[in-house]
Design a protein around this ligand. Structure first.
Ligand code: SF4
Ligand code: SF4
Length: 395
């Protein structure tokens, strides 16, 4: 293991762990989640069913799973970065792209490094059956990470670490070699529930339980259709993914910057206005997002997301330039996009109604466009986690 760890470090991984393949205890929870339809339109999850909890069925002969952690905060991330993100989320004209997606497509970065690690191990042990996975495959990666001590499952359902928060990618290598399993770490969420409370769409329906159908990450990336009406306002200016439940997590005070240039934020994904991004035609979208994970959603979903965010900006503040830009795109728009543009334009009249109405109406109509004050309390770099380690929470 010491040699494996050394190779992993050389490849940019900050941590690796090993688990066995017996994930049977996770099957009931997975089955219930699927039965309740919480996976939304991610039908591949249903198709793979319990195979996700059975690594040896997914890759016959698998005896161990190596989980590797790759931190992704860009190298130039400023101290107090959470406050910067909240500020962006509070400015309706700005575009908010999830931090992990501002650099190079992590699938490529992660896969290449996992394969290099597998190759090194194969060269050492001789014949080795090994298959690498990034999150594109049916793998219960958080479960595997928890079992291998690469983190614990937070109440927001992501893996997190005392020394690294949750701003990292996980990748797995399934091997037909019985490696010594590493020791799980206790959970340290304690009585904290900040992620549940801050979620703009109430997608974390209970501790450790996410209804993907309500999650902005799912809606803006995976979901291929109309954004449900009742979730459009809470989407705010989040046009690709959502980091709120991680921004608020006190453990992300310890999130590590990546050592790799791959995850450095590319202009203009860090700091663009909604109108700047709305101006991209398909050719420009493809050009600007070359090598970025954003390219995977395609121009149609990108525009759909932007239309919703522009509508939210209009509801917050009258803006003739936004109205004009939206109207200009109506001609030739697909039925889906046209419906989202028309919805967006209607938000301008909602804005006028709000001005005539009460302040509380304005707040509820706007969705959660800025962080609640309690967020500052738990994310300030000067403060300690709101819920320091008290007890291990059960997953
Ligand atoms: S990513 Fe956003 S929408 Fe999804 S659970 Fe976290 S806070 Fe909620
Ligand atoms: S520490 Fe708090 S915010 Fe972080 S995952 Fe646990 S419950 Fe959520």
């Amino acid at each position: 293991m010491a040699q494996l760890r050394q190779w992993a470090r050389e490849l940019g991984f900050s941590q690796i762990g090993v688990s066995t393949v017996g994930l049977h205890e996770a099957e009931a929870g997975l089955q219930a989640w699927l039965t309740q339809g919480c996976h939304g339109s991610m039908h591949y999850m249903q198709r793979h069913g319990l195979k996700r909890a059975r690594p040896a069925e997914l890759v016959p002969g698998t005896l161990s799973v190596i989980t590797a952690r790759l931190d992704y905060l860009p190298r130039a991330t400023a101290p107090g970065w959470q406050a910067i993100e909240w500020q962006r989320l509070g400015d309706p004209r700005q575009a908010s792209v999830s931090i992990y997606a501002r650099g190079r497509d992590y699938h490529k970065v992660l896969r290449a490094r996992l394969q290099a690690l597998a190759d090194k191990l194969a060269a050492e042990v001789g014949e080795l059956g090994a298959r690498v996975f990034t999150d594109s495959a049916p793998v219960l990666e958080v479960e595997l990470a928890s079992r291998s001590g690469t983190g614990w499952r937070g109440k927001h359902t992501l893996a997190l670490q005392r020394e690294g928060g949750s701003m990292f990618f996980l990748g797995e290598i399934f091997v037909d070699l019985a490696l010594p399993a590493t020791v799980p770490v206790p959970a340290h969420c304690g009585s904290c529930s900040a992620c549940i409370e801050v979620c703009p769409t109430r997608a974390i329906v209970a501790p450790y339980r996410l209804d993907a159908r309500r999650c902005i990450s799912y809606l803006t990336i995976e979901h291929d259709g109309a954004i449900p009406l009742e979730l459009r306002a809470p989407l705010g200016n989040r046009i690709y993914g959502c980091d709120d439940c991680q921004l608020v997590c006190p453990w992300n005070k310890y999130a590590q910057r990546s050592t790799l240039p791959d995850f450095d934020a590319r202009a203009p994904l860090d700091g663009a206005t909604l109108l700047q991004l709305w101006a991209w035609d398909e050719a420009e979208f493809l050009h600007r997002t070359e090598g970025s994970p954003i390219r995977r959603i395609g121009h149609a979903r990108w525009q759909r997301n932007l239309a919703v965010a522009l509508g939210n900006a209009l509801r917050a503040q009258a803006d003739e330039a936004i109205k004009r830009a939206l109207r200009e795109r109506l001609d030739g728009a697909s039925a889906l996009l046209a419906e989202h543009i028309e919805w967006a334009l209607r938000q301008a009249s909602d804005n006028q109604t709000q001005r005539a109405g009460s302040e509380s109406c304005s707040v509820s109509q706007s969705g959660r466009l800025s962080a609640p004050s309690s967020v500052d309390t738990v994310t300030s770099p000067a403060t300690k986690p709101a819920s320091p380690p008290m007890r291990a929470a059960s997953t």
